[in-house]
Design a protein around this ligand. Sequence first.
Ligand SMILES: [Zn+2]
Length: 84
Amino acid sequence: MSKYWEPCPRCNSNKVTTTSKAMQLFVMWFLAGGSMVIGFFFWPMFIFMVLFLLATPIVLFLPKSNVCGECKFVWKVNKKKALA
Ligand SMILES: [Zn+2]
């Protein structure tokens, strides 16, 4: 269990997962890869692939966020709470 973990503020569910930077990075590469495949059939998608690849380092500066498994609510992790 992550130290950033906290119950869902909307529905109080315990089915909360913290998105990791590695996971977000993986999603960006997945989107870039998907755009590349589509780009073979529809060339403008190559532009999105380049944009996704260029945007990948931005993920490293994004704050951690929690996602509720019950209501799909996404919220930023309270850093003060996480440090406590
Ligand atoms: Zn919820």
